[in-house]
Design a protein around this ligand. Structure first.
Ligand code: GTR
Length: 322
């Protein structure tokens, strides 16, 4: 062993306990400042910093990387917290895929009822051993398709469209059942891909359709409401297990307060975003026969249950919560 290694090892041994004692937490968020989720996270950070010894910092705008990468980083405790959609969580924690099944919730109220009650506990129990503790559930409204080619009125209108989806094979299957071609892609790449015609469209809620500027380059938004996917305010299990009980209570309370704020801001932002995209010339159309889309999703459920037979009871628990 040369002196350098000895010196390096000595420094590491001395610094490690100090780093743990400092309890600085870094958090990931994909959305820009001012978005409902970002404002709610700012509130969470301020409340935790005021009521505990922790020192939280949140990084907005996805500057700490893509969502699938950030989920891994929180699992590995390279980041201590993040605000995640359950869509990209599915490939990592299979139980959470149930939340990404098309039309699994009849509406946002159903989703709230399920996630705030016993059903939420099913997902928390599946996530914690995988390195992620969900502390509160945020709203992400419902997702619908948008594209640059034509309004979608019936499933046949999706045929041949190249659509970006979040990173999860379930969404690839979902689009395939409608005759479209799905491309999983990071959120940050979608605008440019729409602009250059690499893809024809994507799917999201009004606030994200608006905040990303996707409405500028994909002006037909068709209200299919095919996905209602909750999002979590999540902490790494390692960081969480390091806390004493009083701090855990304070952090959880702050997370739940932030979720209440997020849901209020969300409802307001949905309306604002819809007005903004329509004023800018986007054409938003209602879809009269949503059941036609729902019926096309039967094979998605069959395929999912064929490879995850134990998920039938979770689907039933969600249905029972309605
Ligand atoms: C948004 C969601 C983000 C991200 C994004 C996407 O609605 O809030 O977390 O999942 O959609 O489509 O990638």
């Amino acid at each position: 062993m040369n002196m350098r290694t000895v010196f390096g090892a000595t420094i590491a041994t001395v610094l490690l306990p100090l780093a743990v004692a400092a309890q600085d937490w870094r958090g990931w968020n994909i959305h820009p400042e001012g978005y409902p989720n970002s404002a709610a996270l700012d509130q969470f950070v301020a409340e935790v910093n005021a009521t505990t010894d922790l020192n939280l910092q949140i990084f907005h705008g996805g500057v700490l990387g893509s969502q699938p990468d950030a989920i891994e980083q929180v699992r590995n405790n390279a980041l201590e917290f993040g605000q995640f959609n359950m869509g990209p969580m599915g490939p990592i924690i299979p139980t959470t895929n149930v939340l990404s099944l098309p039309f699994i919730f009849s509406g946002v109220d159903h989703m709230h009822k399920a996630m705030d009650g016993d059903v939420g506990e099913i997902f928390a129990a599946a996530m914690e051993p995988e390195g992620i503790v969900p502390l509160a559930w945020y709203d992400a409204g419902s997702r619908s398709f948008y594209n640059s080619k034509r309004p979608i009125m019936t499933p046949a209108d999706v045929e041949g469209l190249k659509l970006r989806v979040m990173n999860n094979d379930l969404f690839v299957d979902m689009v395939a059942q409608l005759g479209g071609n799905a491309t999983p892609m990071a959120f940050a790449e979608v605008y440019q891909s729409l602009k250059t015609g690499v893809i024809d469209g994507a799917e999201n809620n009004y606030p994200s359709y608006e905040s990303t500027g996707h409405f500028e380059v994909a002006g037909f938004y068709s209200v299919t409401d095919h996905l209602i996917i909750p999002e979590c305010l999540c902490v790494s299990s390692a960081a969480w297990n390091n806390l004493d009980d009083a701090t855990k209570d304070a952090v959880r309370a702050a997370a739940q307060n932030s979720a209440q704020t997020q849901r209020q801001l969300w409802a307001e932002r949905e309306e604002e975003s819809l007005s903004k995209v329509e004023a800018a010339g986007a054409k938003v159309n209602e879809v009269e026969n949503k059941v036609a889309f729902q019926e096309k999703m039967a094979p998605v459920y069959e395929n999912f249950l064929a490879s995850n037979p134990d998920m039938a009871s979770v689907i039933e628990a969600i249905q029972a919560a309605n």
